[in-house]
Design a protein around this ligand. Structure first.
Ligand SMILES: Nc1ncnc2c1ncn2[C@@H]1O[C@H](COP(=O)(O)OP(=O)(O)O)[C@@H](O)[C@H]1O
Ligand SMILES: NC(=O)OP(=O)(O)O
Length: 312
């Protein structure tokens, strides 16, 4: 099957460990074994990854370094995050495939994604980025830096930024060409570098972080993929997540998903875009599959033994 696989933050950085390059590479080396399993099972995969923690830290590094060097704007930090994450995934996956004697080229493609400058997301920031803060730290940052911070799924406070909807993948033809030649492409990283089309038909970067699950969905539709596999920290989507009455879901219909969304079961900026992406993909054309699960359960989920499957 042709699968677009979206990798969440835990596939890139271990919880509770310092966010060093070494820690990221170490986590990525474990992550790629699961991706290699999918490839070894005969699936053709296209890899999309998140960048919330990384782009947030790059922006922070740039802001703190202001006295000595001009800060890079948000879109450039997005491009840097695609480079640093893609580099680790491609190096680790190349090594893992070589170890398994699987002869497939792997490359990262820097990708821009067009957004609408009028997108409501610009007025209502929802995308958590960078490190987690305590409530006290969050209040201080709000006052000192003017950041908008929100509580993120019981894990602490994080800065949130605008997250407009992905409209068009600029480098789609190149991705199609590479996928058509059975190459493994790491693309639309961090949801893509957000750009807007200017009046004179050029592209200009904007300060935002596109949701990578929604961008992966756009890509999966554009490539005519059979499946959208969203890999995150939890094995299944739940109702009443984190509460004593939590109920894990094996399968949800589009109708049920829409009802649960209205009931506020899925947190904005975390589980909500994943469910929305799954719903959009399975309704885009009959026969398409969407699964939300953990990295470790990816293979099992494809055979219906784990994960949450969204069905029409
Ligand atoms: N209803 C829900 N069911 C399962 N997880 C949920 C739910 N609502 C919020 N979450 C949280 O959302 C997280 C996934 O979102 P996030 O961490 O932003 O994803 P990513 O892996 O792409 O970085 C889960 O690990 C969990 O903590
Ligand atoms: N861009 C993006 O959606 O990143 P995360 O998955 O890390 O939040």
């Amino acid at each position: 099957m042709k699968l677009v696989v979206a990798l969440g933050g835990n596939a890139l950085q271990a919880d509770g460990k310092p966010a060093t390059a070494e820690a990221q590479l170490c986590t990525v080396k474990a992550t790629v074994t699961h991706l290699a399993d999918l490839i070894a099972s005969g699936h053709q995969i296209v890899i999309v990854h998140g960048n919330g923690p990384q782009v947030g830290r790059l922006v922070l590094q740039n802001e703190y370094a202001k006295p000595v060097t001009p800060p890079m704007p948000f879109d450039v930090c997005g491009a840097m995050s695609q480079g640093l994450i893609g580099y680790h995934i491609q190096q680790a996956l190349q090594e893992e495939l070589k170890r398994r004697h699987i002869d497939k080229p792997v490359a990262t493609l820097l990708t821009q994604v067009v957004v609408d400058p009028q997108d409501a997301g610009f007025q209502n920031p929802t995308k958590p980025i960078g490190p987690f803060y305590t409530q006290e730290e969050a209040e201080a940052l709000k006052k000192e830096q003017g950041y908008i911070l929100v509580e993120d799924s019981g894990r602490g406070y994080r800065r949130v930024v605008a997250s407009p909807e992905p409209k068009r993948i600029v480098e789609l033809a190149t991705i199609q060409e590479l996928v058509g030649h059975e190459q493994i492409v790491i693309t639309v990283g961090g949801g893509g570098i957000p750009v807007v089309e200017t009046e004179n038909h050029t592209l200009a970067g904007v300060a935002a972080v596109i949701d990578k699950d929604l961008a992966a969905e756009r890509l999966a539709e554009d490539l005519g993929a059979d499946g959208l596999i969203i890999l995150t920290a939890v094995e299944k989507v739940s109702l009443h997540y984190g509460k004593p009455e939590q109920q894990d879901l094996n399968q949800i219909t589009v109708q049920e998903a829409e009802r649960y969304i209205t009931d506020g079961q899925f947190a904005a900026g975390s589980m909500l875009p994943k469910v929305r992406a799954g719903v959009k993909f399975v309704t885009s054309q009959p026969g398409r599959m969407a699964i939300i699960t953990s990295l470790e359960k990816a293979n099992e989920a494809l055979t219906g033994k784990s994960g949450t499957r969204i069905v029409p």
